[in-house]
Structures are given as C-alpha cells and as structure tokens.
Design a protein around this ligand. Structure first.
Ligand SMILES: C[S@@+](CC[C@H](N)C(=O)[O-])C[C@H]1O[C@@H](n2cnc3c(N)ncnc32)[C@H](O)[C@@H]1O
Length: 198
C-alpha cells in the first residue's frame, strides 16, 4: 500500500469556505491536485493507494478526509471541481462530530476528527513514514521500505515543533531534489520512484 498525507494547514473545514478558497489565499486547489496525482494515472487508478487530507483551519477539530483508490466507486471526474466535491461532501458529513470520531462518506471515502499528530502516531505503528523535505537525503539513495507513507504540506511549512516530534518518531526526511516543488508534483515523482524500485 502506498500512502500519502497532505497536512493542509490553511484548508478550511467549513465546506462553503473550502470551495470559495480555490485560487484564494488558502489555496484549496492543492487538495484536488494532490488527490489527482495520488490516486489516478492515465486510463486507470493507482491500485493500493490511499491519501489522507488533513484540513486544519477550523473552529473545532481538524478533519482528516481519507480516500482509498481501490474502494472508490463514485468518481465524478478527474478535474478539480469533481475532486473537491468529494472533500466538500466529507466536510458536510462531518458536521457535529466530536473528537476522534469517524464517518463513512461514500465507498472509499471516510472523514475523521483526528489531528495530524494523532494520525501520524497511528501511521508510524503500521507504515514506514517519510517526511518530504528538500533538505533530506535524496530519494535516489534510499531503498524505500514496504508500506511507505509520505508526509507533505501545503504552502505553509511544517512547524519546527512537528519536525522535532517526527524526528523522535524516527521519521526519515527525504528529498526529491534541490527545487521547491508543489506537493502534488512531489506525489507524481514519488509514485515514479516506487514504480522503478518495486
Ligand atoms: C510547496 S512545498 C511547501 C512550500 C513551503 N512554502 C515551504 O517553504 O515549505 C509543499 C511541500 O512539498 C514538499 N516538497 C517540495 N519540494 C520538495 C523537494 N524538492 N523534496 C522533497 N519534498 C519537497 C515538502 O513536503 C513541502 O512542504
């Protein structure tokens, strides 16, 4: 299984704001771009791939929208609007949830009120977790372990505090090269590297 986590620190958990912020300062289009590159390729979907979108701009709890490519049946298209619609529906479904609850949204899609930190703790139990960081070790020099999970951020950098806790959890920092890329571009390159390695 290939797993991606996008920590979207500026993404609103309010469903209307989510849609209004495409191209705005919250850059919610990043959620659609990452979903697209994580789960789809030409003429097919990426088997055994999951993406967790952690939306953190909230009045109550972060929302983690999880989309599993194998289980999805109701994709309305691969364009930004269709992919953001899945996230919007998940946010609507999450209304009234209290801490660390989960709801099914549609086949292959769930929403949880779990924080990035709690999700990470969970994932480190079962996955080999890598933090994507321009200053990390080159992905070309690393043999990626089975069941890898890759952590990315939106346009807001990961706080230093989180980097320290990632270090304590034994998370390795890996780089895709010297240029700062979009998170969605990183996902394509990671898939490609895995396609070569596995
Ligand atoms: C657009 S970048 C974030 C830019 C943000 N302003 C910053 O300074 O971190 C989105 C994410 O993609 C990943 N990323 C971008 N370029 C990378 C590279 N060359 N190697 C590894 N990860 C990269 C990092 O996880 C980064 O947080």
């Amino acid at each position: 299984m290939r797993t991606f986590v996008l920590r979207a620190r500026s993404a609103p958990t309010d469903s209307e704001k989510l849609m209004a912020e495409v191209g705005g300062s919250c850059h919610t289009e990043i959620l659609a771009h990452c979903t697209m590159n994580a789960l789809f390729m030409a003429q097919s979907h990426r088997e055994d791939t999951t993406i967790h979108l952690v939306l953190e701009s909230t009045q109550d709890y972060s929302r983690t929208v999880t989309i599993n490519a194998n289980e999805m049946t109701q994709v309305g298209g691969f364009h930004e609007a269709a992919l953001l619609e899945i996230v919007r529906q998940a946010l609507v479904a999450s209304a009234g949830m209290t801490k660390e609850q989960m709801r099914h949204v549609q086949p292959g899609v769930t929403v949880r009120t779990i924080s990035f930190e709690a999700l990470l703790k969970e994932l480190t139990q079962t996955h080999s977790v890598y933090m994507m960081d321009k200053k990390g070790d080159s992905i070309r020099d690393i043999t990626l372990a089975d069941n890898p999970c890759f952590i990315l951020t939106d346009h807001i950098p990961m706080p230093k505090k989180t980097m320290n806790s990632l270090k304590r959890l034994g998370v390795e920092k890996i780089s895709l090269g010297p240029k700062m890329l979009f998170a969605s571009q990183c996902i394509t390159l990671i898939h490609n590297e895995l396609d070569h390695q596995m």
